[in-house]
Design a protein around this ligand. Sequence first.
Ligand SMILES: Nc1nc2c(ncn2[C@@H]2O[C@H](COP(=O)(O)OP(=O)(O)OP(=O)(O)O)[C@@H](O)[C@H]2O)c(=O)[nH]1
Ligand SMILES: [Mg+2]
Length: 362
Amino acid sequence: MGFNCGLIGLPNVGKSTIFNALSAAGARVESYPFCTIEANMGTIPVPDSRLDRLAVLFPEKRKIPTYLEFIDIAGLVEGASHGAGMGNQFLSEIRTVDAILHVVRCFVDPNVAHVTDKLDPLRDIDVVNTELLLKDYETLSRVEERLAREAKGKGRHAAARLSAWQHLRGQVAEGMPLRDISIAPEIEDSLREISPLSAKPLLYVANVGEKGENEYSKPVTLIAKEHNTKAITIRGLIEAEIAEIADTAEEKAAYLQEWGLNKTGLDELIKSGYQLLDLITFFTFEGPEVRAWTVPQGTTAPKAGAKIHSDFEKRFILAEVMSLQQLISMGSEKALREKGQVQRAGHDYVVQDGDVIRFIST
Ligand SMILES: Nc1nc2c(ncn2[C@@H]2O[C@H](COP(=O)(O)OP(=O)(O)OP(=O)(O)O)[C@@H](O)[C@H]2O)c(=O)[nH]1
Ligand SMILES: [Mg+2]
């Protein structure tokens, strides 16, 4: 599995349109708000030219990419944290995702209703972020009541935990998202348990309509920087249409070129998403498959092995690590071995982006 991204935002900003562009899954799109009620889900293969090049060396093997999962969630409105609109459903769906893609309407189209009177991306961003924070505040307050009961007469540790928690709630009350707050070690576990919404990595997606970057999307890029993240721009409608009509990668490239684009929003999203989540890709060519895998940066070889087979971690002996570049330029694993270019890596080896690995286990 790659990673799991939830598309969120106000109603009618183009979330389902962008979902379609990304997954070509044909989710229902309408010009009225709240058209999405049940979340749509799509799994898409991550295009990676390194895997394509590696696969050339193993023509008899099946090529299996790593995957990215998108969830198109119902629109959120002011008051969602108290159940307005699709509030509660929306918020519970967000809890399950690894990262948030916050879609912001930056296209002008009088035929598409806006939930408020006029286009104002920064206000829209604020509405959504505030609802996430309010929900977190409510959850933190509930847990605090429990911690306060536990702290009664239970010594220093419980009291310290309560006070760290109170401090944290105070910061959230001031409007700070949890992802920007450094968390005291004694409350890390309790916080992880509640999977707070404002702690999830966030990427802004400016839906810019036909003409690309515009006066509405520029402030989104600036605010993204202020929030220590990035904004990418997607021409939602165009990319969705291209995804629908193009049957092959070549056709898609030709359509994109017609619009003066050299890559899709998806390419950009994957790149930014991997950076945002600190993810890397490694490759294997064991058995009948040549395959890409996604793991977080800093994963050790036995843990990476566990992606492939859960008991690989326990049975791990060593990892034989090859550089993809060298493997391709020398043409075979054998040639690499003869030159002594296969690295034998132990339990502590930290897998690097682009490693080609053969796991040796008991
Ligand atoms: N002109 C223009 N219209 C767009 C663009 N992207 C989306 N739309 C239109 O905006 C309307 C809403 O799009 P959806 O994708 O259904 O929006 P949503 O955010 O999923 O809406 P809800 O599910 O109701 O929250 C549709 O009529 C789309 O065709 C765009 O880039 N340009
Ligand atoms: Mg929708």
